[in-house]
Write a protein that binds this ligand. Sequence first.
Ligand SMILES: NC(=O)c1ccc[n+]([C@@H]2O[C@H](COP(=O)([O-])OP(=O)(O)OC[C@H]3O[C@@H](n4cnc5c(N)ncnc54)[C@H](OP(=O)(O)O)[C@@H]3O)[C@@H](O)[C@H]2O)c1
Length: 252
Amino acid sequence: MITGASSGLGFEMAKLFAKDGYDLAITGSSDRIFEAAETIRELGVEAYPHKADAAAYEGVEGFWDFVSDLDRPVEAAVLNVGIGIGGGSFLETSLEDEMRLISINITGTVHLAKRVVHHMVPNSRGKILIVSSISATTPTPYETVYGPSKAFGFAFAESLREELRETGVTVTALLPGATDTNFHANAGMGDTQIGSSSKNDKELVAKQGYEALMNDIDHVVGGDEKTKKEAEDNRTTSETEKAAIHAEKTRP
Ligand SMILES: NC(=O)c1ccc[n+]([C@@H]2O[C@H](COP(=O)([O-])OP(=O)(O)OC[C@H]3O[C@@H](n4cnc5c(N)ncnc54)[C@H](OP(=O)(O)O)[C@@H]3O)[C@@H](O)[C@H]2O)c1
């Protein structure tokens, strides 16, 4: 099962699972999820699309009910859905939008993870991939709430991984660098340096996440060598310095 699979990284990962013969339950908030299912079926597997709002409790629970009704073991769960909000400082952005971001990126991830863990642990098998971000490794001014929401995802994944170590269920975090999806445009970041700069290839990033999941790696930075070096450098650069560097990339 994959959340946020209508486009971008979720859709790319869906195609990788399909090529390896996995049937897929996928969700997104628009009718594009049904088109994604058509494409996946062309790869020779079954795809079960479900349209639901990941910002709503009923949306998340509804997707889990949909998956449960298939009455099949969930081999892998990719908790990928996430949104960004940029385009202004915290003083200027909308509280309503930020509460929605927290509902999707944090609350919804915890909600679905709870259902998935309760399903997988009794089976003594399963793989969980949580899509975080390189933003988890730095303060993110002008995406003031986004980066911290992704830091949550990273720490949550590593915490859960340790707890589940003896259960047969693995947890992996994917930390993509800026990637060529609809993400920045949807986040209102078209007129920022990062929004208009060249980005990592989504097929490459999805493949790195997929391989890390399959090989039981705790986390992987998604992207080219420059992206991986940036994440490495972030381990030893001060938070204030990283904040200033990030602001140059994200200030409208
Ligand atoms: N692209 C990057 O630069 C980048 C970098 C680091 C991390 N990430 C992370 O990667 C993940 C995937 O993002 P992406 O880059 O692939 O972005 P994307 O192309 O915008 O895809 C987002 C997906 O989430 C779905 N979605 C959005 N809002 C939803 C909602 N309320 N309910 C249900 N589904 C919803 C979208 O489907 P619909 O259109 O059908 O709603 C779409 O399938 C996110 O968690 C993001 O934080 C991305």
